[in-house]
Write a protein that binds this ligand. Structure first.
Ligand code: NAD
Length: 321
């Protein structure tokens, strides 16, 4: 069994490798070669923690396993640890023997950023120039860094519910040499691509804040009750997702579906676009919206990639098990 500890991930994993792994597994999901298992998420009644498992099997990539972990809200204050904690376990699909144990914290951020990047590659207009960010927390910095690689953006605009957090994303734009401007939400009308990555339970981005031709990646809503954008925006947009079942139950589409504004059949797996069985964007005026809910197969895909990289470099820790 190989172990790749959390502290090794930053030196091993690249944004490019994460992007390739996520794009490939989205394609496998749409082709019916990979599927996610039902998600388990429990309030364990200890340390206010939420703990659970996300797993799946990719027959094309022969990746079987699960990510175990969750959210411990007291970690930072009490122990100086980050609140989100996760570990990925990979198994040999031929024998069931455990293959690898991989730190999942940084990988979660990289695979989530890779998902919106894949959506930008396949759905945003090729002439997109202005990138809008709604959200400026931990994930937002990863999202922005990855998105800037997908188009020749010449400006980043940002809005955040807590404006004092905006320097987090301004720093990323500065490092990439792209001008940054803080805007009000109606300023998002100048954006060609908008990434929304907040923990909100009520919408900030309204349908009339989004211009025709924009691509919106909604990345924050991963739980029942959360909501980042007005449901009417989904009715105006052509909606894509990582997995339809999650999109309509715990993703951004849950609200538009519950209100009868769109049907389940209006939501398309992005893998179909990657595979060429769906045309994707149709015309420069269409609004495309990607509902990135986060699936276990993404975690397994990036963990398998990092295990390969560690094995090649000889840095994986091998134990008899
Ligand atoms: P964070 O705590 O670092 O940042 C939270 C962000 O949400 C900040 O920008 C904050 O200002 C904003 N926010 C808080 N309350 C708000 C409100 N009422 N209205 C609007 N904005 C508000 O969190 P993070 O680690 O950046 O995670 C952001 C979200 O992404 C969380 O909801 C998390 O569960 C989700 N997430 C999704 C995936 C996925 O695969 N889709 C993966 C990881 C995290």
């Amino acid at each position: 069994m190989l172990i790749v500890p959390e502290r090794h991930i930053a030196d091993l994993m690249t944004r490019e490798a994460a992007f390739d792994a996520v794009e490939r597994v989205f394609a496998a999901m749409a082709a019916g070669d990979a599927y996610n298992f039902p998600v388990v998420r429990e309030a364990i009644g200890h340390e206010d923690a939420l703990y659970g498992f996300k797993g799946g099997f990719d027959r094309a990539g022969l990746t079987l396993g699960l990510k175990a972990g969750g959210y411990w809200p007291n970690n930072l204050e009490k122990r100086g640890l980050i609140n989100h904690q996760s570990t990925v376990f990979l198994f040999d699909p031929d024998t069931g023997k455990v293959k690898a144990m991989v730190g999942g914290n940084l990988l979660t951020a990289l695979r989530t950023a890779a998902a919106s990047s894949v959506s930008i590659k396949h759905l945003a207009r090729t002439d997109a120039r202005v990138l809008g960010m709604v959200g400026a927390g931990h994930q937002a910095t990863f999202q922005l860094r990855a998105a800037l690689e997908q188009r020749s953006f010449d400006k980043v605009i940002g809005w955040n519910y807590h404006p004092e957090m905006l320097p987090n994303i301004q720093k990323v734009a500065d490092e990439a040499g792209v001008p940054f401007e803080a805007v009000e939400l109606d300023g998002m009308r100048q954006a060609d691509v908008i990434i929304s990555i907040t923990s909100a339970f009520a919408p900030s981005l309204m349908a009339d804040h989004v211009s025709p031709g924009c691509h919106v990646a909604c990345m924050g809503t991963d739980t029942k009750g959360k909501q980042e954008v007005e449901a009417a925006l989904l009715a105006r947009a052509t909606v894509f997702t990582d997995e339809v079942a999650q999109s309509i139950t715990i993703g951004e589409a849950q609200h538009a579906v519950a209100q009868g504004l769109i049907a389940e059949s209006d939501v398309t797996q992005i893998g179909a676009v990657i595979n060429g069985t769906h045309p994707g964007r149709e015309g420069d005026d269409q609004i495309t919206l990607f509902d990135g809910t986060g699936v276990g197969l993404q975690d397994l895909a990036v963990a398998a990639a990092v295990v390969d990289l560690a094995a090649k470099k000889g840095s994986a820790i091998e134990v008899d098990f």
